[in-house]
Design a protein around this ligand. Structure first.
Ligand code: UGA
Length: 433
């Protein structure tokens, strides 16, 4: 017998949680104040790119275990309510909790006294402890249960998580049990903690991944200087169980809606606590430097010199999303590089299988729906997102489209086999060439 669960927010975290919890046998109502989105969801239409999510939404609707509404009073009967609301970055790098505060205000008059409120989206350490006061309901029970979902793998990560973290104060043990029970079907290990540790665990995980990536990107730069190969270096590193092979691929920098926001927020938290987290600060700095390195390489590809002028050049960009498997442009390193190219008076034409022109109105670049059009008359092609399908493009045909057959491959997606029979020069990342 499943629980009656409410989910506040139908973004990628809220919608995935709602659909997956319904799939696990719970009765779920998901509330979002965007009426048009609610209507679409009620009709089984999912607008975000997330594998299996549309199927699970339709399954939940058909089996009457999942519903959507814009009316928060629908949460009145819920035993558990998950808060899956955006906590964007304020201009000073701290997390903006205004959406959460507003929701708490609404919920305080609706929730039943024994309802457990769960913070699921990433919130600064100490938020769970502050929520009763923020909502004006001193008796509210709040449990921290951070999400660790990757965009593009959210359903898989929800149904087969590495771990479930449940943070509650000791007197709220029953509430923690109720939250842990939501995931019983997944068989995942449950780590019980206090709320502050659970909240910090989320920031620690994302910041650690960011540090790992900046380490690899800087190591790739070093490889280029000393004639070593980053692929070999990271393979050797990854074979050490203590390091592991994941998150060792160099690129144009790390981005997305989470890693940049959460590393900056963690830095602000550390500063406020009087802790100098120089390592995280340097990881952010290295990430900005990574965009500059890509620009140097593009200059070299186009002009033969790392400080050559790009003015009047044509650059064909392959990939705009912050990673493959999504159309998300938030804090995308590809977008950062495209903007810099425009600033240096290059003409940029870009293709991304998941990004239509309408998503980039003020980017200052032309977005096309055909990779061969993006390559037309280009002085260099630049791969910025690791879409696997770029490997199987017709590279001999692309060679006939470009002006200069040179590729800057920031993701090391291509190799000589892919380019066999073409005259392309390949400038990889962290390789001697
Ligand atoms: C990240 C975390 O991985 C999730 O665990 C977390 O739940 C999520 O943030 C969140 O806080 O909600 P996501 O933003 O989907 O997930 O993106 P990642 O898959 O972590 O990729 C982040 C960036 O690192 C991308 O720009 C990607 O291209 C880059 N990356 C990743 C590399 O450059 N190399 C790699 O080897 C891996």
């Amino acid at each position: 017998m499943g629980s009656r669960v409410g989910v506040m927010g139908a973004g990628y975290v809220g919608l995935t949680s709602a659909a997956c919890l319904a799939h696990l046998g719970h009765h779920v109502v998901c509330v979002d104040n965007d009426v048009a989105k609610v209507e679409q969801l009620c009709a089984g239409t999912v607008s975000i790119v997330e594998p299996r999510l549309p199927e699970l939404v339709r399954e939940g609707l058909a089996e009457h275990r999942l519903g959507f509404t814009a009316d928060p009073t629908a949460l009145r009967e819920c035993e558990v309510v998950l808060l899956c609301l955006p906590t964007p970055m304020s201009p000073d790098g701290t997390a903006d909790l205004s959406v959460l505060e507003q929701a708490l205000h609404t919920l305080s008059t609706i929730l039943s006294p024994d309802c457990v409120l769960v913070t699921k989206s990433t919130v600064p350490v100490g938020t769970a402890a502050r929520i009763p006061a923020m909502s004006g309901s001193a008796g509210l029970t709040v449990v921290s249960n951070p999400e660790f979902l990757r965009e593009g793998h959210a359903v898989e990560d929800f149904l087969r998580p590495d771990r479930i973290v449940v943070g509650a104060e000791p007197p709220d043990r029953d509430a923690a049990d109720r939250v842990a029970a939501l995931y019983a079907e997944t068989g995942a290990p449950v780590l019980r903690s206090d709320p502050a540790s659970a909240e910090l665990a989320k920031y620690a995980s994302n910041a650690f991944l960011a540090v790992k990536l900046s380490f690899v990107n800087t190591m790739a730069e070093l490889c280029e200087q000393v004639g070593a190969d980053i692929g070999t270096v990271t393979t050797a590193m990854g074979m050490d169980d203590r390091i592991g092979p994941a998150f060792l691929a160099p690129g144009p920098g790390w981005g997305g809606s989470c890693l940049p926001k959460d590393t900056r927020a963690l830095l602000r938290t550390a500063e406020a606590a009087g802790v100098d987290f120089a390592l995280v600060r340097d990881a952010l700095r290295a990430n900005d430097h990574q965009h500059a390195l890509v620009m140097r390489k593009i200059r070299r590809a186009v002009t033969g010199a790392v400080d050559g002028s790009l003015s009047g050049s044509r650059i064909g960009v392959l990939g705009l999303a912050f990673k493959a498997g999504t159309g998300d442009l938030r804090e995308s390193p590809a977008v950062a590089v495209a903007r810099q190219l425009c600033r240096h008076d290059a003409t940029v034409t870009a293709y991304d299988p998941c990004v239509p022109e309408s998503d980039c109105p003020d980017l200052g670049i032309r977005v096309v729906d055909d990779p061969y059009l993006a390559a037309k008359d280009a002085d260099a092609l630049v791969i910025l997102t690791e879409w696997p399908e770029f490997r199987s493009l017709d590279w001999p045909k692309l060679e006939t489209c470009v002006d200069q057959p040179v590729i800057v491959d920031t993701r090391n997606l291509l190799d000589d086999r892919v380019l066999t029979g073409t005259g392309f020069t390949l400038l990889g990342t962290g390789t001697a060439r």
